[in-house]
Design a protein around this ligand. Structure first.
Ligand code: RBF
Length: 153
């Protein structure tokens, strides 16, 4: 599929064992975001990151991801941040507000700190679409977020 990151192979050659990664995980839709986290963590290890160089913070929901990301990105010991969340559309316009604030906020943290801050947030119409993208039939977007973080470094 054009535009999709399919594997970690391209990034593997780069030496990232000394790079430090911060992962921010939203607890809302926890089953999905834990699967995204596992995908991101596994991909980082597969690409050569050291376990001790991967730190994690949790935030309540995706709306809080930008602040969590900023806390991590401001630390000298963090080279790149990966934000993981899952926003599922409901019956009210809440979805639009959360998605917009989250995506804009995450982008702002990257521009403000000058560090890669990756948007690994699923924004889906239903739970099945999220499951499909969190280790289901359409792969794991957490893994893709990790590949993007390494590519940006
Ligand atoms: N956070 C998510 O990460 N995903 C969601 O699907 C989600 N849906 C929400 C729906 C409603 C009606 C509300 C009030 C909050 C929702 N949140 C969701 C939580 C949101 O990101 C944030 O944690 C809270 O609004 C507190 O700032």
């Amino acid at each position: 599929m054009p535009g999709q990151l399919k594997s970690t192979t391209g990034a593997k050659a780069r030496k990232i064992s000394n790079k430090k990664f911060g992962i921010v995980v939203a607890e809302w839709n926890e089953e999905i975001t834990e699967a995204l986290y596992q995908g991101a963590w596994n991909a980082l290890i597969e690409m050569g990151a050291s376990k001790r160089n991967i730190s994690r913070v949790n935030v309540p929901g995706s709306f809080e991801l930008p602040l969590g990301a900023q806390r991590l990105a401001e630390q000298k010991k963090v080279d790149a941040v990966i934000c993981l969340g899952c926003v599922i559309q409901g019956d009210t316009p809440h979805f639009d507000y959360i998605c917009q604030a989250t995506s804009y906020g995450i982008m702002k943290v990257g521009l403000k700190t000058g560090k890669p801050v990756v948007f690994g947030v699923l924004t889906t119409l239903n739970t099945q679409q999220a499951l499909d993208r969190a280790g289901g039939k359409l792969g794991n977007k957490g893994e893709e977020a990790a590949v993007t973080a390494v590519a940006m470094l």
